[in-house]
Every structure is written in structure tokens, then in C-alpha cells.
Design a protein. Sequence first.
Lengths: 104, 569
Amino acid sequence: MKKPIKKPKLLILITILITGLSLTQLVISHSLATTGGKMRQLEEKASVLAEQNRVLAEEINQMGSLTRVASEAQKLGLIKANQIFHLSSQVPVALENTTLSLER
Amino acid sequence: MSYNWRVNFLLTFFILAGILVGGRLFYWQILSSGSLTAIAESQHWVSSNVSAERGKILASDGFPIAANQESFLLFASLPDIKEDAAKIAETLAPIISGPDSLEIASTSALIKERLNQSNLVWVPLKHKVSRQTKKEIEDLKLSGIGFENEQERSYPEGSASAQLLGFVGSDINGEEKGYFGLEGYYDLELKGHQGILKREKDASGKPILIGEVKKEQEQNGRTLVTTIDRTIQYILWEKLKEGIEHYGAVSGSVVIMEPKTGAILGMVSWPNYDPKSYFLFDKNLYSNPVVSSAYEPGSTFKILIMAATINEGLVKPETNCDQCSGPRVISGYTIKTWDEKYFPNSTMTEIIQHSDNVGMVFVGEKLGINKMVEYLQNYGFGQKTGIDLEDESSLKLRSISDWKEIDLATSSFGQGIAVTPLQMVRAASTIANGGYLVNPFLVKKVISDEGTNEIIPKIGKQILKSATTLAVTEMMVNAVDNGEAKWAKPEGYRIAGKTGTAQIPVAGHYDKDKTIASFIGFAPADDPKFVMLVTLREPASSPWGAETAAPLWFNIAKEIFTYYGIQPN
């Protein structure tokens, strides 16, 4: 009577380990490959946003220029004040001895 | 025997083979290491230049007066070109060049020549292409034609501050470089350093996430915050243009400074140029006349000589001139008053009021050559003011041994001596600020990634006594209230000022018809907020400063009073 052959446990363990690690490597490689692509997409998006930011800054500079503001004001019919009245910090004589009371 | 032969043969063979292998290794490792490293780097790394942004130049309110604008480099990748070079050139030329047919033809020829270069794979076709032009070209969908990002300098306020700012051009290596004005003076601070980003790549050229990254950090240029008040600069610009047109002057300039600190609030000149397209203008317009053009100041100089003489205790405002009854003859030259009217026994105050040349000869003689030269040096004449502008220049003062009696006489009323407008403003500010010589400056803060560096104004030594400055201020107020320009003075304000009309030297003599009209003054006289000089070259409507430069000065001052909220007395 033949003795039954025992499956070597170590061999099975090694096979499982190799298969498991191979699969893990495959998953990680795949994930890294797609992440690299995603990273490039994000970088492109960041560069588009930076460009938009620059365009908006340029627009602000153009719109805020005093030369432009003056010309737009002129187009809207605004004119320069020719007569300027200065308000004195002194109390007018007519008000000097007057007391104001509030009635209910 | 045969054994020895075989051993020797093998030994020789191995030695030769060793030498060959060693030689080859030496070739790869030492001689070709540079090129092989470069090849390995290009296969292993993806690298890109990270351009540094040129620093902005800001007005005192933080609004940019020089900024950056995105532009593009149009290029061709020759292996990807599919259409005929001539056809591409004919399509692109009208879009990227001006409307002139000759320019279109030359641009077309240039593009064609570049596209036909068989030894290259990449050729630039046009720098500084605008976003709009880029879109127009992209819509044509030409294969092999692409764009790279670039930066271009922009000046939101246009040419109003052209000579003050300077412009950005290219150096001999094609790198950006600032010329003239602030762009030239602060070029090193403004331009920064380009960075490099290197990242490990995979076979398809995509960056590896966990790969190595090498970064040489770019360093953006520093931002300059100036003392320029944008509103004042705009007022000066508008008023100077109006004034030059109204008085028919050939050119003119206005400079305004805080007398107590030396901070420049505004500085404009006409004619000027567009700093963005500087190459289309005459090169003579590039330098700033306020700091580089010397002129004879004429009667505006009298206040400085009078202040020096009073400061030395040689005259007082009420001292009478005993030589003012008629023309004076000095070294064979006859010196007259500008209107040939004479005022015997006039006081020093009246000499300034009447702008009396003969009276000033009397004052100059009291001062003497030695003291005259000493005070001119103290006022800062004959040396640069040290302002942070690239184009500043200064004429040297003649040495004491070269001064003659006639030089003393003419210098006392501002002829025969050349100064720049800024030197004149700096000297006059000593009267406005209690006698201190200030150093004019434009940049008050430098902002970089490391932080902000504030520039503290340097106040120089006191060259006039406080009492002297008060006395001369009163003389100048009297000259404005009762002098030739009183008709133009804004009502209710105490303004200290002096007109000037200097003849222009042409080929060794003075041209009677050509003058430089000017007005220098400060206000409010009792607590000056600004000192300002207006100069007009060859005004056609009248040669006199009192009828041209003075009314323009008062016009500008009125606007500044309103802007600053300065009320009349």
C-alpha cells in the first residue's frame, strides 16, 4: 500500500504569495499609470486657471486705468466741476448763539 | 616551448583586450560622458522651463503702472508641416504683420525662408503674438504651427509716464532688459530668475507619480511700489498737454515733489513715446528731460541766491539796493532789467517781486564768488541728485578759479549756469522745508518673495537757517501776490513762487526769440504739501514765464488743492 503524497504546504504558500503579489503589482501599476494621466490633467487645469487669472488681472488693469475712466466719464456726459464751494469748519455766525431743541 | 608561446599569446591577448576595453570605457565614461548624460537625461526626464514673471511697478495706491500681459511665440514644427511652405507663409503674413503691403511681403518671405530650413526641426516665426491673433491662426488649423507662452510688458496708463518708467527691450542675447527710467535702474530687481522643473517620465512620456522630481525654483522679479500718485500724474499729464497746445510750446515738463521727504509725486514730459512700441519713436525721446536735460533756470534761480545772501547775514529783506537806478556795466557787458524799468533803492523783497536783474547783481556781489560756489554746491548743483532713474545726468560746476566777475553777475539771476529741472526742485525745496536738502526718490517699497523692504527717505544736512527760509518764503509769496503773474493766482491761497524766463544759448550767443519759460513754487506757503516746477520750451504765445508757465502752474495747483482737500485761507 502506497503512502499518500502530502502536498507541500510551503509550495502552496509560495504560489499564493507570488500570485497575490503579482496581482497587487498589477493593480498598483495600473493605478499609477492612470494617476499619472490624472496628474497631467490637473496640471493642465491649473495652467488654464492661471491663464484665466492673468487675463482677468489684465482686464482689471485696463478697466481701472484713469485714462479709460476719464474717457468713459466723458462719454457718459460727466463734466468737471468749475465752481467748488469749501465748507468752513467754523460755525456760521447765525448759528452761534442758537440752541436747538427737539420736541416730542 | 610551444606551451610558453601559447601562454604568452594569451597573456598578450588579454592585455590588449584589457587596454581596448579600458580605452573604450575611458571614451564612454570620460570623453562622451556629457553627451551620454544628456541623452540619458532626455530619455529619463521630462523637463520644462518655468519662466519668472517680471516684477510690477505700482503707483502709491497699489495700482500697476507697469504690469505683464500674456503673449505668445508663434513657431513651426517642421516635421509636422504638411502644406506647402509658400502657402503657409502667404496665409500667416497678413495676420501677423501690419497693413502695409511691403511689410506683408517681407514677413511672408521670412516665414517661407524659415519653413524651408531642412537642417532644423523647430523654427520661431513671430514673438509677442496677441491672444486675438493666436485665436485667428488656431482657427486656420494649420498642422505643424503652434504657440508657446511668453510675457509682454503692459502699461495701463499708456504713455503718460513713459519717460519716468522707461521700457523693456532685448539685450544682445535676446533676453528681456529694461532701459531708461525705473525699468532701466531697477532691471536686476525686476527681472528675476528663470526656473527648471525636471520629472521622471515613463515610456509614453507621462510623468511618473512616485518618480523623482528635481526643481530649480524660479524667482519672480521684485515688485516696486513708487511714490507716484496716480491722480496727480494724470492731472500733470492732462494739464501739460493742454498747456503746450495753448501756449504753442515746443516741449515742456512738470515735476512735483514732497518738500519734506523728497518723494516724487508726479513727473511728466512732452513730447513722449509709447513704451510698449518704443521702437516706432525717435530715440531722442527716450531719456527723461526732468533729470537729463540741463537748462538755464533764469529768474527762478534768484530765490536761491537771495536765500544764500540772507543766510550769510549780508542782506535783509528790507535792505535797500543802492545800485538799482539803472543798467550796470560789468566786464564790458551791460546788464539791464527784463522790462528796462529801474527801481532806485528797492528793497530785497521788491527785487524778487520785480524780478530785477540789476538788483540781483547787487545781491550776488554781496555774496561773492567763494560763497556763491559754496552755496551752489550745498544746493546740490554740479552733482546728481541720486534719484532712482537710469538716465540722470548732471553738468559739473566750473571751479572757483574759472569764475569771473561777469559769471558772478549773470549767475545771480540764473543765466550762464545750467541745471536740470529736478536739481532746481530739490534746491527750492530747502526753502519750503526749513532749510534741509532732501534726496529725491521714486521707489518707497520693494516687495519680493522674502518680504517687503521699505525705503526710508534720507534727509540731508540743513543748509539754510529756518529764519532765512521763512523770510524768503514771504518774499516769494509777495512775488506771487504782487508780481507779473498775480492775475492767474487762485484766490484765497498763500502760494510762494517765482517766475523765470531764460534765453536759450544758440551757437555761442543768446537767441532773443527763444526762451525757456518756467515757474517754481510751493503751497500752501505756511505748510507746504508740494513743490512744483513747470518748464515750457519756446512758447509761441508769449516768451515770458509770467504769461505761460505761471498760469499753467496755478491751473495744476488748483486741481491739486481740490484733490488734497486744501481749503483757501
